[in-house]
Design a protein around this ligand. Structure first.
Ligand code: COA
Length: 260
């Protein structure tokens, strides 16, 4: 694995943990983090041993406190548009073929919330604070926040979060469906890894098809989505894993999926 400067990548038991490692800046996303995060995902995409990716932030205070605001100073519309049209970490996560979990261990703001929204599942610690505070800087979310947040929790609730810029606590985020689970900080990692491990034990082919099918639901209309689902469902019938899963059920044993 490459020697990254702003992220750490650890691999164990089919799970890769990518830690944004700028704790002195509350893990704010600068262009280097985007570049290295995209490169890490490119490596993990082809790593057959890795079945699930987890994103988190270094230190105990913050997941990601947003885009690095210092990089906004002096940017023109043209240069800023180019930055967000490049391969951002948000889009790389969204289109990554394996499941991605956000392990939210503190501030999850602006681009941090947008990164979590691009992930497939979000798990937060009790002390997490989430929000889209861009409005307080005289700007709006530009990394998918207005779209993915609205798709996930609905227009009214999304509007309030984006128009006020207020932070919400983890329990509120749970009640809105913005996060899937909330755990005490000291139990966050254990519970996230348990979930990641459970997902990693499934057929990687089925996981990929399932992720694509679910993502299609928010990107197309129902008829298109149902057609896509049938195609993806049919593709899983071409895998050895499907034969293994069916045989294991019939033989009353645990399946061993190989990703073929
Ligand atoms: N971009 C760049 N630097 C950031 C940052 C960001 N989004 N968020 C925090 N930092 C830096 C601070 O400038 C500070 O750096 P310094 O020690 O060199 O001055 C360091 O991280 C610690 O942050 P600090 O503000 O001192 O911590 P705090 O506990 O008092 O406040 C927050 C925490 C999250 C409330 C506050 O940092 C904040 O409001 N951050 C910006 C959040 C935001 O607007 N994000 C959306 C950006 S579009």
């Amino acid at each position: 694995m490459s020697n990254y400067k702003t992220i750490l990548v650890e691999k164990h038991d089919g799970i890769a943990v990518i830690t944004i490692n700028r704790p002195d800046k509350l893990n704010a996303l600068n262009s280097k983090v985007h570049e290295e995060g995209v490169a890490a995902l490119d490596e993990l995409r082809n790593d057959e041993k890795i079945r699930v990716v987890v994103f988190t932030g270094a230190g105990e205070k913050s997941f990601i406190a947003g885009a690095d605001i210092s990089e906004f100073a002096g940017k023109t519309p043209v240069t800023q548009r180019a930055v967000f049209q490049n391969r951002t970490l948000f889009n790389s996560i969204d289109t990554f073929p394996k499941p991605v979990i956000a392990m939210i261990n503190g501030f999850c703001l602006g681009g941090g919330c947008e990164l979590a929204l691009a992930c497939d599942i979000r798990i937060a610690s009790e002390n997490a604070k989430l929000g889209q505070p861009e409005i307080n800087l005289g700007i709006i979310p530009g990394g998918g926040g207005t779209q993915r947040l609205t798709k996930l929790i609905g227009e009214g609730k999304s509007m309030e979060i984006i128009l006020t810029g207020d932070m919400i606590d983890a329990e509120t985020a749970l009640s809105l469906g913005l996060v899937n689970h909330v755990y005490p900080a000291e139990e966050l990692e254990e519970n996230t890894m348990k979930l990641a491990g459970k997902i990693a034990s499934k057929s990687p082919i089925a996981l990929q098809m399932a992720k694509e099918a679910v993502k299609t639901a928010s990107k197309s209309n129902l008829d298109e989505g149902l057609r896509r689902e049938v195609d993806l469902f049919a593709i899983t019938f071409s895998s050895e894993d499907k034969e293994e899963g069916v045989s294991a059920f019939l033989e009353k044993r645990k399946p061993e999926f190989k990703g073929r």
